[in-house]
Design a protein around this ligand. Structure first.
Ligand SMILES: Nc1ncnc2c1ncn2[C@@H]1O[C@H](COP(=O)(O)OP(=O)(O)O)[C@@H](O)[C@H]1O
Ligand code: SF4
Ligand SMILES: [Mg+2]
Length: 410
């Protein structure tokens, strides 16, 4: 996990690095802030322990896969009726991806690319239209509702807007206790004791067990959401934009919390975000999604150091790089226009309408995800293991090359 200037670990006066997960109460909660004391301030030793745990838990065996997606599709039917043509939004259009045990796989892409739908389809919160989701040898996509219910305790979700995902009529104790009551306790003991343990685990005082969601700040509500997700001891968590709605200072705290929980509980995360800074900070590997498809997949550091796909380059262009040397050298691609409609996506490479390197074939050929460098995959017909970078001197722009000429001539 690298230090990121946008999400720095907090530093004490004498320069020691602290991971602070203290509850920061926003100004609106005057009453709570008057009574609340930080419950967790990590010193350098604890921070080192968290990192060591994370390192020890991660990738003992690189091939150990927890979740395997194979050609996963989620199409939403829209329109239709007596005289209307039925159309489909291809929100997820044939995604194949392995998520490794203990890793954080970042999933990035502009709004509307299908990230949330992919996350929900893995957990069957949205029904897949086709394809498979393997978990522990079972295809979740084809389990009966009863069988899926048994699996759900292993697979949880954290949402962007904790307020919307928490029942406003339930107090914290009831919210966190509900999944425990539904799925049963793993190791005996009382539900109340377990709830209180969970509150402490996520850095909240037990005293707030009878409070309601509206009494808390956004960061605290996200802690409640995380405690609720942890209540059933899951193995895998889809975190869908978990920090996007929070202030920057609170974002860093929630990310530190997620990082610590992953280390302590050996969790596997699918971390969905349109915010590349957050993904950079947390992810071991990053998958880039565009109009329902994964277009690039690589290690977290690698994808920032050497993005291959023009789309990935464009996304990264928009984010300042902390290293001035890389910042000075890197290529800038400014994306123009919005993501095209997934109802009628551009043929061939979906990105061709916005790609500065598009050639005639890009309109016809659907690029496949190919391993261009070890562990670095990209879907672009102008990139190959022999030529990992697009040759910009050749046929830049769709108008330059005549339709139908073979690629080898370009
Ligand atoms: N229930 C639904 N019915 C119809 N279209 C949907 C539904 N949910 C999502 N979509 C569409 O699917 C596409 C992908 O959406 P989403 O997965 O939310 O993208 P992201 O999370 O990347 O912003 C969008 O075009 C969105 O409008
Ligand atoms: S396949 Fe063509 S349009 Fe798609 S990213 Fe590559 S060069 Fe651009
Ligand atoms: Mg989304």
């Amino acid at each position: 996990m690298t230090e990121d200037k946008n999400f720095p670990n907090e530093t004490s006066e004498n320069g020691e690095e602290l991971i602070t997960e203290n509850i920061t109460v926003e100004s609106t909660e005057a009453e709570l802030s008057a009574t609340e004391k930080p419950t967790e301030v990590y010193d350098a030793e604890t921070a080192a322990r968290v990192r060591a745990l994370a390192a020890a838990n991660r990738f003992d065996d690189e091939s150990e896969v927890l979740i395997s997606l194979r050609n996963l599709q989620v199409f939403f039917k829209i329109g239709g009726g007596l005289f209307k043509e039925t159309k489909y939004v291809k929100a997820v259009d044939g995604v194949s991806l392995d998520i490794r045990k203990g890793e954080t796989l970042g999933l990035v892409g502009e709004s509307g690319c299908g990230k949330s739908t992919l996350g929900k389809a893995i957990l069957r919160l949205t029904e897949p239209t086709g394809g498979q989701v393997f978990y522990n040898g079972k295809d979740l996509a084809h389990l009966s509702p009863g069988e899926m219910r048994d699996q759900r305790k292993h697979l949880q979700m954290i949402f962007q807007d904790p307020y919307a995902s928490l029942n406003p009529r339930m107090n914290v104790g009831q919210i966190i206790g509900e999944p425990i009551r539904t799925f049963g306790l793993k190791n005996g003991g009382s539900v109340e004791a377990r709830v209180q343990d969970l509150m402490e685990t996520v850095g909240m005082s037990r005293r707030f067990v009878k409070r309601y969601p509206h009494e808390f700040s956004g960061g605290q509500r996200q802690r409640i959401g995380i405690a609720r997700a942890l209540a059933v001891d899951p193995e895998f968590i889809v975190a869908d934009e978990p920090i996007s709605a929070l202030d920057v200072s609170i974002q860093a705290q929630i990310m530190n919390l997620m990082e610590r929980l992953q280390a302590e509980k050996n969790l596997t995360y699918l971390f969905i975000s349109h915010d590349l800074r957050a993904v950079r900070h947390l992810s071991d590997r990053v998958a880039v999604m565009y109009l329902g498809k994964i277009v690039e997949l690589a290690g977290g550091k690698e994808i920032y150091r050497d993005p291959l796909m023009p789309y990935t380059k464009a996304l990264i262009s928009a984010v300042p790089v902390p290293d001035p040397e890389i910042e000075a050298k890197r290529e800038r691609i400014i994306l123009t226009g919005d993501v095209p409609s997934p109802i009628n996506p551009p043929k061939g490479c979906h990105f061709h309408t916005r790609c500065p390197y598009a050639i005639a074939e890009c309109k016809q050929i659907v690029p496949q995800l190919v391993e261009i460098k070890p562990e670095h995959f990209a879907a672009c017909i102008r990139i190959s293991p022999e030529h990992p970078q697009i040759d910009e001197n050749h046929a830049k722009g769709l108008g330059v090359v005549s339709e139908g000429a073979p690629v080898s001539q370009r």
